[in-house]
Design a protein around this ligand. Structure first.
Ligand SMILES: NC(=O)c1ccc[n+]([C@@H]2O[C@H](COP(=O)([O-])OP(=O)(O)OC[C@H]3O[C@@H](n4cnc5c(N)ncnc54)[C@H](O)[C@@H]3O)[C@@H](O)[C@H]2O)c1
Length: 265
């Protein structure tokens, strides 16, 4: 792990005490960015409940948590299942007494083929997980956040919310554009309750999802990234910690690119 990654995961970040005692839920935390985000919050003192369909991945996430500062528990959850999502947020409230942060991170890419060759089942899967799963996460989080008159919702969008970077990922890109819109609606409707909703738009980040696209490594798209490299999961986790903290207390409805400058041109 890089120096950048270590500073986030081992609590030496300037935000290391910003989340002490908070109740935090992270979906898709059995690997990739979700795991890094869950670990970063737990190392910053939060009580984290991490959900995923991948139970082996969740076990690895638990194993990577050193136990210092906060707590980390895991739960098998499919974000398409509203009852399971309700149980996930309830677990955080049971542990911390409140739900401060909801990170809607779980997503799938779907089949990597042009629209003309896509199957209806792939459309359903991508929209059900990426869009409807995020809706369910927001809705279940609000069930606790509105009565508490506080909370932050952090959704994982993508550079593909703004710019279709690859042919073959049409449903994924459309679902991620929708996540940006959903974030704005959530901010608009819930600001009156002191609740913020924000999104992160990662560029190419070194995760199983990006590696699963196959081909060369690093991917040729890195040539379009001003910083000239793939990002690390800890760099996204650092943005999530900051956006969810009081340091970002006047930011709502916004989507922050964490993309090495890819969206700059
Ligand atoms: N990796 C990138 O380059 C990149 C770029 C832009 C945006 N993103 C977004 O960032 C987020 C994290 O991506 P990642 O690269 O870490 O992905 P990943 O595939 O490595 O991890 C996603 C996790 O979500 C879980 N998941 C999938 N379907 C689920 C479901 N129905 N219910 C619960 N969990 C489920 C998977 O098991 C996996 O652990 C996603 O929203 C993704 O769309 C990724």
């Amino acid at each position: 792990m890089s120096r950048r990654g270590r500073s986030v995961l081992h609590g030496r970040s300037p935000l290391s005490d910003a989340h002490h005692g908070k109740g935090v839920v992270v979906t898709g935390a059995g690997g990739g960015m979700g795991r890094a985000i869950a670990l970063a919050f737990a190392h910053a003192g939060a009580h984290v409940v991490a959900g995923d369909v991948d139970e082996a991945g969740l076990a690895d996430t638990r194993g990577l948590f050193g136990g210092a500062a906060g707590t980390l528990e895991t739960m098998r959850v499919d974000v398409r299942d509203e009852a399971a999502m309700a149980a996930l947020v309830d677990a955080a409230v049971a542990r911390a007494g409140r739900l401060d942060v909801m990170v809607n991170n779980a997503a799938v890419l779907g089949a990597w083929v042009p629209i003309a060759e896509q199957e209806r089942a792939t459309l359903d899967l991508v929209i059900d997980v990426n869009l409807k799963g995020t809706v369910l996460g927001i809705k279940q989080a609000l069930r606790h956040m509105i009565p508490a008159r506080s909370g932050v919702i952090v959704n994982l969008a993508s550079v593909q919310s703004f710019r279709v970077a690859y042919p073959g990922a049409a449903f994924y890109a459309a679902s991620k554009a929708a996540v940006v819109s959903l974030t704005r609606s959530a901010a608009l409707e819930n600001g009156q309750f002191g609740i913020r909703a924000v999104a992160i738009a990662p560029g190419p980040i070194d995760t199983p999802m990006l590696r699963g696209t196959g081909g060369e490594w690093p991917p040729p798209i890195v040539a379009q990234v001003p910083l000239g490299r793939v990002g690390e999961v800890e760099e996204v986790a650092a943005a999530a910690l900051w956006l969810a903290s009081d340091a970002a207390s006047y930011i709502s409805g916004a989507t922050l690119p964490v993309d090495g400058g890819w969206l700059a041109p």
